[in-house]
Design a protein around this ligand. Structure first.
Ligand code: GCB
Length: 585
């Protein structure tokens, strides 16, 4: 799916700003788009509201626009949206973290138009993420809807990413797929151009970063171009070419689009994760799209700052835990050379998640959940959106599913197959394993190309016992290695809650800044000595908002930075560490 840009044949109008907003049966009130509604409305009853809500704004259509097709495109609406133009329904979309667009040419009029979005934030056992949905009778018989998140982040909702009006010519480029074969500094680049309508000829020019044309061709919907002296996309040293695609009609440009793309190889061999044939070591984070005031709404300012904080620390990668991030962040990561593990919305695939640290054996997750369709949909939409990014080196099909329960393998096998079939670049696929499904109990690891571990030895287990934690971690990693000697192993999460400003002379005191540093040092003592351990993603980059509960103190506090991005002691510890651990072995 193409990212919306203006070109010589396409206009783009950004509808970001103050829209009108209301819950059912209320008056309209102002609401910033993009942004979560929850914190903007201040009061708890609004913040925690579950059900339908409405957004509305006006936009203008000019005569010029009506000569083309007019599209309305949403970066994301969390979690479900029905869209109407001038009170006529134009389409709907479920899934809160992927873009969608509608051809609204027939619904708009010259002049002023009204767009209305009816959305809701209900999550249940058919949706991703998974929520526990209930309805209770409140005061005066009113039904109150509730979602108990089956995951550890606040169920922020609203129009989270930009909304744009985008015009396209009558015959237009609908999608572009970039693959390539790299041999030394030579590349054979294969481009597939999906066209709606007809295309007499398609002209492709590839530009380097100096805007010099390095290859060009004219032909049909699939073309192969050779590039000499290729500069590869490297972690933290990105190089992006641009493919200029034009539909020609009697020699005239009918549509044009510009797709940036980098070229690198990714391969798993001898339990190493190779990027451009060299063993790469992941240093970085599991993150969240979560900032003060915006909630989960796009903040380009926060994204740029986060990228720079990570660079300051010597990080080189992150995982889009636990949902596809904004296209703006993906383009930024691609530009800046951050290596990305790209995750679906599949989180909460476990009955009785909570902090019981055990599985509810009476209700088998794989017999009771009904998320297959949502799971297939998000895999399709994620890969369609992100397939051309060089920064994406692996797809994460799920976070912490209940893989110690019977049925996990059968649930996941077709999903891994689907992802592998859809990805034109055939990247590795993984899922992220939970502590409750350790080596020996997990049923699905054969499907995963990398053993991705979320491990909390020294926090949820062996709390304040770092000696025991090291031993348990060592044993478990060795167990995994015995089972799958060819697979690389990495931390996709490890961490300890830490209240910024809390200190103790006794470094072994949980929740203090000292303990967070000690916790990481202990973990590093173990992993630094293991040659097939290929990376460390800290949980989490920054403190983030969660649902209420006695295990969370105004949110999850495992950040190395606070929610407002002040560093804790451990942020400095990692700066020293990561600046001395090379990106490649
Ligand atoms: C996990 C989850 C993550 C939680 C984290 C924690 O394993 O993947 O969503 O926030 O643990 O802090 O408990």
């Amino acid at each position: 799916m193409l990212y919306p840009i203006a070109t010589q044949t396409r206009q783009l109008i950004d509808l970001s700003g103050i829209w009108q907003f209301k819950f059912a049966e209320q008056d309209w009130q102002p609401m910033a788009v993009p942004g979560s509604f929850n914190d903007q409305l201040v009061l708890s009853e609004y913040k925690n509201y579950i059900g339908d809500f409405f957004y509305q704004t006006k936009f203008f259509v000019t005569e010029e626009m009506l000569k083309q097709r007019v599209f309305l495109r949403f970066g994301s609406v969390t979690h479900y949206a029905e869209v109407s133009i001038n009170h006529k329904n134009v389409g709907k979309h479920s899934g809160g973290f992927t873009p969608f667009e509608f051809d609204i040419t027939d619904a708009v009029v010259l002049g002023e138009n009204i767009v209305t979005v009816k959305a809701n934030n209900i999550l249940d056992d058919t949706t991703l993420p998974v929520g526990n949905y209930t309805e209770i009778e409140g005061e005066n018989g009113k039904i109150i809807k509730k979602v108990d998140e089956n995951f550890d982040f606040f169920n922020y909702a609203g129009i989270h990413r930009p909304v744009r009006i985008w015009t396209k010519p009558l015959n237009y480029i609908d999608d572009i797929t970039v693959t390539y074969e790299l041999k030394g500094d030579q590349a054979k680049v294969n481009l597939i151009v999906d066209v709606i309508g007809k295309a007499e000829q398609i002209r492709i020019s590839i530009l380097d970063e100096q805007d010099q044309v390095v290859a060009t061709s004219i032909g049909g919907k699939e073309q192969c171009l050779n590039i000499e002296n290729v500069i590869r996309w490297q972690p933290m040293n990105a190089y992006l070419y641009r493919a200029v695609i034009e539909i020609l009609e009697s020699g005239k440009v009918e549509d044009s689009y510009i797709e940036p793309f980098g070229m690198r190889t990714v391969e798993i061999k001898n339990n190493q994760f190779l990027i451009n044939d060299k063993p790469f070591y992941f240093k970085g984070y599991g993150r969240h799209e979560d900032t003060h005031i915006n909630g989960r709404g796009l903040s380009n300012t926060a994204n740029v700052m986060d990228i720079n904080l990570m660079k300051w620390q010597g990080a080189n990668s992150f995982r889009t835990s636990h949902y596809p991030y904004s296209e703006e962040m993906m383009r930024l990561a691609d530009r800046e050379g951050f290596v990305v593990i790209d995750e679906t919305t599949a989180v909460g695939l476990m009955n009785n998640f909570g902090f019981t640290l055990q599985i509810d054996q009476s209700r088998n997750t794989w017999e009771t959940l009904n998320t297959h369709e949502a799971h297939r949909q998000v895999i399709r939409e994620l890969i369609k959106r992100d397939k051309n990014y060089a920064c994406v080196v692996m797809w994460s099909i799920a976070n912490e599913p209940s893989t110690a329960e019977k049925g996990a393998y059968d649930y996941f096998a077709p999903l891994f197959e689907l992802a592998r079939e859809l990805d034109p670049q055939k990247r590795p696929c993984c899922y992220v394993n939970i502590l409750l499904a350790p080596a020996g109990k997990d049923e699905a690891m054969a499907l995963s190309d990398v053993i991705c571990l979320n491990r909390y030895y020294g926090w949820y287990k062996n709390t304040a016992d770092l000696v025991g934690a090291k031993k348990a971690l060592q044993e478990e990693i060795e167990h995994w290695h015995r089972l799958f000697p060819e697979k690389p192993i990495m931390f996709t999460e490890y961490g300890a809650d830490t209240i910024a400003g809390l200190h103790d002379m006794d470094f072994n005191t949980p929740f203090t800044e000292e303990y967070q540093v000690e916790y990481y040092k202990a973990n590093h003592e173990v992993i630094d000595a293991i040659p097939y351990f290929v990376g460390e993603h800290v949980w989490n980059f920054a403190d983030f908002q969660t649902k209420y509960g006695i295990f969370r103190v105004q949110g999850n506090k495992k950040g190395l930075f606070t929610r407002t991005r002040e560093p804790k002691l451990a942020a400095h510890y990692f700066k020293d560490r990561w600046n001395s651990v090379p990106d490649f072995d």
